[in-house]
Write a protein that binds this ligand. Structure first.
Ligand code: AMP
Ligand code: FE
Ligand code: FE
Ligand code: ZN
Length: 290
């Protein structure tokens, strides 16, 4: 248990293995310092931070190993809706899941180069190879954003995301995720549990309908991220009711990204009962205890 009577469980955090700014070792140190009892490492589309985070796990902190999978849903107008699926406690060597994540990361690289090319043509030169060399293969728009801030093209990450990097900013290129609902049984086949991340974060683009969330529940999805900084009080109330209706486990999390985002730890957390339920369903890898 942590410093307070409340058990602090955070099931969604990023490290430098994707677009966070804390190394995996730094991430677990930050979690422990913030008084977390349980922390998940959920980098985008990869498990590259797991080993370092596990090796550095501070006494008293439990580590849930996971990933945040880029998924997509075709929409009626022919465009793709991007959805993030948290996958927790899955086998990181499951061949089909490994192959799908490899494909998604490869497309992240392609997409970063395409966006950088468009930006350069408009007088905003950012070298994508330099970013990919340091950020590894899970690089995304936050890496472009930091480079834009460093170069003085924008003042803040929020300004970058509201303008140059936005979907209608003129430079945006989609990356190819895993098709939903295929990702849900794939995570289950790898022994993991799946939780739909920040599904009401409308600032990120179009959102899933309740009917679509119901279809994911029917496909075996385990949980719904209810408490998240991008959800209003009304969103949270709605999602809590929807989770109860659909039999989805409600979760809460920080979606911590170090200094790439403003949220600090501890932030939104998951109730112990939800956590126990999710852990009980998973069989890929165990929770690690520091
Ligand atoms: P991508 O997956 O490459 O399209 O980039 C999306 C990522 O950008 C998400 O993981 C978010 O965490 C991050 N993001 C979205 N909006 C912002 C913002 N205003 N400031 C910093 N990071 C953001
Ligand atoms: Fe991110
Ligand atoms: Fe996300
Ligand atoms: Zn995230």
């Amino acid at each position: 248990m942590g410093h307070t009577d409340r058990v602090l469980i955070d099931l969604h955090c990023h490290s430098t293995a994707s677009d966070g700014t804390d190394t995996p070792a730094g991430l677990v140190a930050t979690g422990a310092a913030a008084g977390l009892d349980v922390m998940a490492i959920t980098d985008h589309d990869n498990t590259g931070g797991w080993v370092e985070a596990a090796a550095a796990l501070p006494v008293g902190l439990s580590l849930v190993r996971g990933a945040e999978i880029s998924c997509e849903v075709p929409t009626e107008d022919g465009s793709e809706l991007t959805v993030h699926l948290l996958a927790l406690l899955f086998d990181p060597e499951h061949p089909q899941l490994v192959a799908e994540l490899d494909r998604v990361r490869c497309d992240r690289g392609r997409r970063l180069r395409v966006m950088a090319e468009r930006m350069a043509a408009a007088g905003l030169p950012i070298d994508p190879e330099a970013l990919l060399a340091t950020a590894g293969d899970a690089a995304g728009r936050p890496h472009l954003g930091r480079a834009l801030v460093r170069a003085g093209y924008v003042a803040t990450m929020d300004e970058a995301f509201a303008g140059v990097l936005s979907r209608d900013g003129g430079f945006y290129e989609d990356k190819q995720g895993i098709a939903l609902p295929d990702a849900v049984p794939l995570v289950a086949a790898a022994g993991g549990v799946s939780v739909l991340a920040h599904c009401r974060a409308s600032s990120r683009g179009a959102i899933l309908t309740d009917t679509q969330i119901g279809e994911l529940a029917a496909a075996g999805m385990d949980g719904l991220e209810v408490d998240h900084m991008d959800h209003s009080a009304a969103d949270r109330a709605h999602l809590r009711g929807l989770a109860a209706e659909l039999g989805l486990v409600p979760t809460g999390s920080s979606d911590y990204h170090g200094t790439n985002k403003t949220v600090r730890l501890p932030a939104d957390t998951t109730a112990p009962g939800s956590y126990t339920e999710l852990v009980g369903r998973a069989s890929g890898v165990p929770v690690l205890h520091g």
